[in-house]
Design a binder for this molecule. Sequence first.
Ligand SMILES: Nc1nc2c(c(=O)[nH]1)N[C@H]1C(S)=C(S)[C@@H](COP(=O)(O)O)O[C@H]1N2
Ligand SMILES: [Mo]
Length: 434
Amino acid sequence: MTQDALRSVAGGGLLHRRTLLRRGLVFAAATPAAVIGAEAAAADAAASAPAGPPDAALRPEWMRAPGAPFTPYGQPSKHERQVTRRISGNRLLPGNGIALTPLDELEGIITPTGLHFERHHNGVPDIDPARHELLIHGRVKQPLGFKVEDLLRYPMRSHLIFIECGGNSNAGWHPEPIQRPVGSFHGLVSCSEWTGVPLSVLLAEAGVDPQASWGVAEGADAFAMNISLPLAKLMDDCIVALYQNGERIRPENGYPMRLVVPGWEGVLNVKWLRSIELADQAVMARNETAKYTELLPSGKARQFTFMMDAKSLITSPSHGYRMKGPNLYEITGLAWSGRGRIKRVDVSADGGRTWAQAALQDPVLPRCMTRFRAPWKWDGKPVVLKSRAIDETGYVQPERTALLAQRGTNGYFHYNAIVSWAIDEDGQVRHVYA
Ligand SMILES: Nc1nc2c(c(=O)[nH]1)N[C@H]1C(S)=C(S)[C@@H](COP(=O)(O)O)O[C@H]1N2
Ligand SMILES: [Mo]
């Protein structure tokens, strides 16, 4: 099969999503094996190769001596040390700020635990799990306290889901497109397997008062962060998580227990959870009045905007990436929706005039990151790449102009517009509003 026979399905060189990995396609210029062998032989001769069969002399040094012994807890390769969270702390209060997931440097859908984004209002508490307790009280028949060891005896369930801060991507509200790597712009979202005890089971044990309609969750950090959630959501699918990606939750993500609220904004996922008080109204805490509300063009503000709407972004190629000349490429990225499964992701290579359907990589789970991929033949001319997510409820990720028309220009939270990357003739990738 020749490259000329590749079927374009949209402008700018987008190919049919099932073109992927067909035999005979040359994606990148691999170095011919003969050249590698000759170079190694020359280097070896200079270093006076040890005696032995000729092929053994060609082996790299890591094949010539026993490797390192076992380690109790694995770490990434020393060659990957640059792949880190990007920290943006408050200079006067270093525990207040964010650390972003480097989404552009990762593949697949799972965020490595050490790279899960962080948002703390007053630092990471050093909690002794033996002395920590979750109290369920307020409008219940009987207040109950749960230690870690108590919760470990309950039946558990897992949610493989994203958690996203309501403030993620808020640089999108700037009048000029911000020039930063994807992770530094959109990295307040991560995807983990969270395992713990369904909150409905614990609330049922305490006995829910028929007058209760809200629950106020509070954390055991120095901020004692609290926030109100509708009781119906707490009873539906929330869990008190003890595990993250199979191991006990990391301190920065809520050790020894946190509330996990699938599909809803990050701030509701109270870390270091110490109390849930049932009430007949919301508590009107700072994070549901002064923050995490959105001023609209009418002058009124939206409140209790819990749902994280569908969003997608191309992680490769993306800002900071340098194209290696006209060739075949795989466009890839992430899509997610708080409302359920991703149904489709469309990709455009002509600034949104025409679209091609991307392939969705299994698994495609509700409220989870979904990896999409689209084969593309770049001819070296300037293009604008975009991706657009559609979820199973039919919700379509909006263009930036549509989002601004609806929400005005004073926004801060819940920015989920389509992201555009412009590629110029030199192969430089820039963020643009197109
Ligand atoms: N106790 C407590 N819970 C908290 C916070 C906090 O500062 N204190 N930050 C909230 C916010 S705003 C977000 S977006 C998520 C971030 O979770 P993560 O740090 O595990 O990514 O935790 C939420 N839960
Ligand atoms: Mo947040």
